[in-house]
Design a protein around this ligand. Structure first.
Ligand code: CMC
Length: 434
């Protein structure tokens, strides 16, 4: 693997034994100590709950400098991709490692476009979910079910892998839109090949058979930006889940379906929904922003966190939040719509950023703080927000899965533990238990 080199050794003294551990440097000068032989040489393992100090892989896809607020994909800053690129181009960049040439992009776009329909039998699946089903539960199970329809996903030859990658990017759009249509009792609207990826999604979401529907270009552009900004974020919870499941050689659809479940949680992708719910509550209850921030600061008692704030890696501004904040302003201005939620969000941000609680803990707005407002402006319902994140993250998950499978260092993921239970315990027959 290129892009990293051994630059020396670290010494670790355990009791009276000193062992040397290789020290590596990555392409951006970040350092890692290789502890691969630690247990065999010393009998000890490392303990790092939440994996904040644990590198799980070498990767050439995404680089984040959390202190400086830098995010780059394959070396290209997110700001530049957000301004100049399209979602499918960024997907290609992430998955295949370089910006596509015209033909490559055309072939990739055609392949994704031509695979956007789902098998007719799968449409019946939607009938078996209750109307109250969260769309994340529907899409995770539907994505896993794709492996039943495309058994070539068990092949590792590059042509099968590429085909299933295109299918996945294409069909998640359709499955997501159908899950929404099902929840509101409207007929499914199928994909149209002349529309772009984002236009197609908006069409499948909002068109009805009774009247013509034209995609609003401002919304298509805003959605394209949203998807680009969510496309990858290195080894976060859902991506690590995709890698973990994929490391057992589970197929692409099964691995991604597991990632979707991990994304669902409110500490991860579910935060965009939680942010809008928080802002709506502040608005409805006419709460003073300063009082709400006070409750957040007392979160050990109140259990309330400022959703959309804080990040495991970013200890300064999340560059995606900056771009989204501006996009919210632009889109709302263009469509001539004022939303009280954006005002509340800005006041919350302003109050928090001046407060020592947030300053000391280095808590800044993350990608989810403004993304919900943008999605709401486009007309996306709140319970679809995390699904939108999943559609955006799809190329990142796929790229990370593919990189792992192609790596000569592939090993099944299997962390260790320190056991804390009883050392021995007698087995008591059931009639003698209290
Ligand atoms: N509001 C109030 N206090 C917070 C917040 C917050 N949003 N985030 C962290 N803290 C406090 C926390 O209480 C702790 O304080 P203390 O040291 O007094 O115990 C300190 O900051 C460190 O928090 P942590 O939970 O140990 O930090 P973490 O790195 O494990 O968690 C996080 C990162 C994103 C889960 C957390 O900041 C959080 O819960 N944020 C709100 C949820 C959110 O917006 N999630 C989206 C993350 S970005 C998109 C994505 O990756 O999905």
């Amino acid at each position: 693997m290129s892009g990293y080199k051994k630059i020396g050794e670290a010494e670790l003294k355990i009791e009276n034994k000193v062992i040397k551990l290789p020290l590596f440097e990555g392409a951006e000068k970040e350092h890692a100590i290789d502890i691969g032989n630690l247990r065999s040489e010393t009998g000890s393992i490392t303990m790092d709950p939440g994996y904040g100090n644990t590198g799980s892989c070498f990767s050439s896809i995404t680089y984040i400098d959390g202190e400086k607020g830098i995010l780059k994909h394959r070396g290209i800053p997110i700001e530049e991709l957000a301004e100049k690129s399209s979602f499918l181009e960024v997907s290609y960049l992430l998955i295949y490692g370089h910006l596509p040439g015209k033909k490559e992009l055309n072939d990739f776009t055609t392949s994704v476009t031509r695979h956007s329909m789902i098998h007719e039998d799968m449409k019946r699946f939607f009938n078996n979910y209750p109307a109250t089903a969260h769309p994340m539960s529907i899409i995770s199970s539907m994505i896993c079910s794709l492996s039943s329809y495309y058994p070539d996903c068990f092949n590792s030859d590059p042509a099968s892998v590429d085909l299933n990658i295109a299918r996945l990017i294409a069909k998640v759009n359709t499955i997501a839109a159908f899950s929404y249509k099902k929840s509101i009792g409207q007929p499914f609207i199928g994909p149209i090949n002349r529309l772009s990826y984002v236009e197609n999604f908006l069409h499948m979401m909002f068109a009805v058979p009774a009247e013509p529907y034209t995609v609003e270009p401002v919304f298509a552009k805003a959605l394209e930006l949203f998807l680009i900004l969510h496309a990858d974020h290195e080894q976060n919870c859902s991506t690590s889940t995709v890698r973990m499941v994929g490391s057992s050689l589970a197929n692409l659809y099964a691995s991604i379906s597991a990632g979707i479940c991990a994304l669902w949680g409110p500490l991860h992708g579910g935060a965009n929904q939680a942010v809008i719910e928080m802002l709506t509550r502040i608005e409805k209850e006419r709460m003073d922003v300063k009082d709400f921030v006070q409750q957040v600061k007392d979160n050990k008692k109140s259990g309330i966190r400022l959703m959309g704030f804080g990040h495991r890696v970013y200890k300064s501004f999340d560059p995606r939040a900056k771009i989204l904040k501006k996009a919210c302003d632009d889109v709302l201005k263009k469509i001539g719509k004022h939303t009280a939620l954006l005002d509340i969000a800005k006041r919350l941000e302003e109050t928090a950023l001046k407060d020592s609680y947030f300053i000391e803990r280095k808590l800044y707005p993350n990608v989810d703080f403004y993304s919900g407002i943008l999605l709401q402006a486009i007309g996306i319902p709140v319970n679809m927000f995390t699904v939108m994140f999943a559609i955006g993250r799809m190329p990142g998950w796929i790229a990370q899965w593919k990189e792992m499978l192609e790596s000569p260092d592939l090993k099944i993921g299997r962390p260790r533990q320190i056991y804390t239970g009883p050392v021995t315990q007698p087995y008591v027959p059931i009639d003698q238990r209290i």
